[in-house]
Ligand binder design. Structure first.
Ligand SMILES: Cc1ncc(C[n+]2csc(CCOP(=O)(O)OP(=O)(O)O)c2C)c(N)n1
Ligand SMILES: [Mg+2]
Length: 577
């Protein structure tokens, strides 16, 4: 027996701190007495600052999305602690988001004790420990994590934490899952140290010289080269490198299913945003050489695809999407590389080999600039206010003007209004817009907490659909925002329901009975008082807006509330689904 109280739980918490983790987003249960005792012990010893701070989240959706957004903003993982199988199931869809969004997060859950007669400290004491005893708890998350393992002793818990974090942080980054039984977490051990610096993420991968030459030569020789990207801007430092390559050869950049600032929207080479299209994109059709950089879905071939003879080059750290069952994008070359490194290599090759044909480049630049200007004119017309309704375009323009000059991080979860938001928010600052990158709605409430804790000096704004707002467990999210001094402005694009499934039905059955009778079960009437939910959970401001003329002032008042330290929710009524 050691002198000092020190258990697996103490070592686990120390390892997180030694790895640079400042926050544990936690929802606790009967599996956590070891952690609770270790934290209390550290506080009693005056060492609380040496361990991560617990952020209590009344719902696990909030916990994981907060850790996800924190990692997106900083590049650094945080931890999530949840309760056995039940809490693990409640992180639910948010782990799909962390996986697809390539966010490093360490999720830990206890398991029920494996002794029942008091054989070991931590042995079963509560009936629920039989009820929560399932065959494969780790299997709940195995579809979504890069690594899962069970802590079996405190004597190597630090090595396992660092290994899990090293895997989580290495590209493609993603969540990892550890479990530990109550007896293991109670095990008394000798304090020990492990050097966290010896577990760095894998260094960025580069293109080979041959592939660099092949892509650079193809782009330089193309008549209509095109770059398609979806999430290169997850690394804000990659954006200037992409701009440099695009400018060098006057290559237009098309953002496909993009929710980040991959390329500044005000740049003449910005070739627009491609979301769920119903028709062929002319820029894509015209291209003869296409470099796809960091994209899961560069186009949807049933509605929109490149010309059959276009030469496609695919660069992504995971170019074959081995975690997707069906994925089929024919290309001339696939290369696994860090996209920032790759575009810098391609640009360097072009310069070193003097591949720029100035006349061709100038002509292309002029054509792109003219197209960009037409696009800006079209958007300006679309965002003009109307007397009768608030359009998503006008609403987004109001948000853009509100945030002009503001150092803001904008989280988006607006589903069918994604294109309107991208086109009218017109973001230019890399890293200023975040989206989970996954398939599960309900991220933005918790994500706002993570973004604000990561960058306390910034203003955090969430733009969300009404359905997405309800998915995000708003009572829990707003409460956490209030308790941990992480205020956010939430603007709800309230179209009274779920436009998404209606859109899907119309795509498959454009002239079906649902379409002709209007029988779509997607309305969320009678309307929930969405700002009222937020007010009840502690928000300082909650208003529903129906009048286009009132909108700018309400948004200003809401922002002022956030800047004074309390969360604000503005629900804006759009034409109903
Ligand atoms: C967790 C989860 N459940 C269900 C869905 C399916 N889904 C996709 S879009 C959508 C509607 C979302 O509503 P809202 O946020 O109001 O956006 P809108 O479709 O109205 O633009 C739903 C339910 C999902 N993506 N994630
Ligand atoms: Mg909606």
């Amino acid at each position: 027996m050691t002198e000092r109280y020190y258990t697996t739980s103490s070592a686990f918490l120390e390892a997180l701190a030694e790895a640079g983790i400042g926050y544990i987003f936690a929802n606790l249960g009967s599996d956590h007495p070891g952690l609770i005792e270790a934290l209390a012990q550290a506080k009693a010893d005056g060492r609380a600052d040496e361990l991560p701070k617990l952020i209590i989240c009344p719902h696990e959706t909030v916990a994981l999305s907060a850790a996800h957004a924190y990692a997106m903003v900083t590049g650094e993982p945080q931890a999530v602690v949840v309760h056995v199988d039940s809490g693990t199931q409640n992180v639910g869809g948010m782990v799909n988001n962390a996986m697809r969004g390539r966010a490093p997060v360490l999720v830990f859950a206890g398991t029920v004790p494996y002794t029942q007669g008091g054989e070991l400290p931590g042995s079963r004491t509560e009936f629920i420990q039989w009820i929560q005893d399932v065959r494969d708890q780790r299997g709940i998350l195995r579809n979504y994590v890069k690594y899962d393992n069970e802590l079996r002793t405190g004597r190597n818990v630090k090595q396992l934490v660092h290994r899990a974090l090293q895997i989580a942080r290495s590209e493609p980054a993603g969540p990892v899952y550890l479990t530990g039984a109550r007896e293991v977490m109670e095990e008394r051990i000798e304090p020990y140290r492990v050097d966290a610096a010896a577990y760095p993420p894998v260094a960025p991968a580069a293109l080979t010289a041959e592939v660099t030459a092949e892509i650079a030569t193809a782009l330089a020789g193309a008549r209509h080269p095109l770059i398609v990207t979806s999430y290169l801007g997850r690394d804000p430092a990659a954006v200037p490198s992409l701009v440099a390559l695009a400018e060098l050869l006057a290559i237009p950049v098309l953002e496909a299913m993009a929710y980040h600032v991959n390329f500044p929207d005000d740049h003449p080479l910005h070739a627009g945003f491609q979301y769920h299209s119903t028709g062929q994109n002319p820029v894509l059709a015209e291209a003869d050489v296409i470099l796809v950089l960091d994209s899961d879905v560069p186009w949807i071939p049933s509605v929109n695809r490149p010309a059959g003879d276009a030469a496609v080059y695919y660069v992504d750290i995971d170019p074959l999407k081995s975690q997707m069952q069906l994925w089929d994008v024919p290309a001339r070359r696939f290369a696994a590389a860090n996209s920032k490194v790759a575009v810098e290599q391609i640009a360097a090759f072009v310069r070193e080999h003097d591949l720029v044909d100035n006349a061709v480049v100038a002509e292309r630049r002029a054509a792109a600039a003219a197209r960009h200007q037409r696009e800006i004119d079209r958007r300006e017309a679309a965002e003009q206010p109307r007397d009768d309704v608030i359009t998503p375009e006008y609403l987004t323009a109001c948000v853009r003007r509100l945030l002009d000059g503001e150092d803001a991080i904008v989280l988006t979860e607006v589903v069918t209004n994604s294109k309107a938001v991208a086109e009218h928010l017109r973001p230019v600052r890399p890293g200023s817009v975040l989206h989970h990158g996954g398939g599960a709605l309900g991220w933005s409430g918790g994500a706002a907490v993570g973004a604000k804790l990561a960058r306390p000096s910034k203003t955090v704004v969430s733009l969300v659909g009404d359905g997405s707002f309800l998915f995000s467990v708003p009572s829990s999210a707003i409460w956490v925002q209030g308790r941990y001094d992480a205020p956010a402005l939430t603007v709800i694009y309230d179209n009274g329901g779920w436009q998404g499934p209606k859109f899907s039905t119309l795509q498959v059955h454009p002239a079906g009975v649902a379409a002709t009778t209007g029988e779509f079960p997607v309305s969320l009437a009678p309307t929930v008082d969405l700002p009222g939910v937020a007010l009840a959970a502690g928000a300082g401001f909650g208003v529903t807006v129906t009048d286009p003329a009132e909108l700018p002032q309400v948004l200003k008042d809401a922002l002022a509330t956030v800047q004074a330290g309390r969360s604000a929710v503005v629900s804006v009524r759009l034409p109903p689904v």
